[in-house]
Design a protein around this ligand. Structure first.
Ligand SMILES: N[C@@H](CCC(=O)N[C@@H](CS)C(=O)NCC(=O)O)C(=O)O
Length: 283
């Protein structure tokens, strides 16, 4: 596998890069960004935080607006930001070009329904292929991985962590889709990618996974109370109820006045990275 370097720039003493490769998982080229902090070098292996973005995003949204580099440089964290779907020739999109399905909206599942099953394999990409590429090309300690995400990416972070115990040492989310089987974005996406057998959907729903026995050691979630998607799509109360019943320590911080944007995310990004660093260091 050849990794093509699209750009590298020094930042906060480290290196912010953007890279592209031919993906076996998706059958397309995939682009991602990586920040390597200044602690790299002399054989040091550093913990890795994977950040999964939300609807309409590429790697670029968080890379340009997430304001994670200062904290990663202080804490010695590698920060990896993948794309949210396959893209390119032959990759099917939403039939109406809607923003909430298809391109920019892979939902971090492996699709089983045609015409999406061929390329839309974001779960395999995030869980298997991308970590292998990070391990082979960056000074990463793959025994110290964390995952976080926003909105659709918060759903991705939660579900991938819940379904793969032991893989990630810590999990956090900004405004996650808490229960896709109970909101319009999720019903459309899971139906479109997985078909109408709703029993299959539960394996891709954080709240349902917890109800069905999956566990996390702890969970940090920030949610703006002025987020326009809060009541109809995000529904943190469902996640809160499931965590309470399961005894999962959830820090759900309702943030007054904050919306769904990167102005919100960037405000609390350093808090999340510190929270991850504490759990990545002590093991
Ligand atoms: N109003 C948005 C809805 C999608 C949206 O808010 N996407 C969030 C993630 S769910 C986002 O991060 N957008 C890109 C950005 O703010 O840079 C649109 O129609 O494009």
């Amino acid at each position: 596998m050849t990794l093509e370097t699209l750009s590298t720039s020094k930042s906060h003493g480290g290196v912010q890069g953007v890279y592209r490769h031919a993906s076996a998982a998706t059958g397309t080229d995939m682009t991602f960004s990586v920040f390597v902090p200044p602690q790299a070098g002399a054989g040091a292996k550093l913990p890795v935080v994977f950040y999964l973005s939300g609807l309409t995003c590429t790697h670029a949204n968080v890379t340009e607006k997430g304001e994670y580099r200062r904290a990663c440089a202080e804490l010695g964290l590698i920060f990896v930001a993948p794309d949210t779907s396959p893209r390119g020739e032959g990759v099917p999109d939403d039939p109406d070009g809607a923003y909430d399905f298809g391109l920019g909206a892979g939902f971090y599942v492996d699709a089983t329904v045609e015409p999406f099953a061929r390329h839309y394999r974001m779960a395999s990409y995030i869980l298997e292929e991308l970590p292998g590429i990070i391990e082979a090309n960056f000074p990463a300690d793959m025994g110290a991985q964390a995952i976080m995400g926003h909105s659709m990416g918060g759903h991705g972070a939660l579900t991938l962590a819940l379904a793969n115990p032991g893989r990630y040492r810590s999990v956090s989310a900004f405004a996650p889709i808490s229960s896709p089987i109970n909101c319009p974005w999720g019903v459309k996406a899971l139906g479109g990618y997985l078909g109408e057998d709703r029993a299959q959907w539960r394996r891709h729903d954080a709240t349902a996974l917890i109800e069905d026995g999956a566990r996390l050691d702890a969970l940090l979630v920030d949610q703006g109370d002025a987020d326009p998607f809060l009541a109809e799509q995000l529904k943190p109360e469902l996640l809160e109820k499931a965590c309470r019943a399961a005894g999962i320590p959830l820090a759900l911080r309702m943030q007054p006045g904050y919306d769904h944007s990167y102005y919100f995310i960037s405000t609390f990004m350093a808090d999340h990275l510190r929270w991850h660093a504490e759990r990545l260091r002590f093991r």
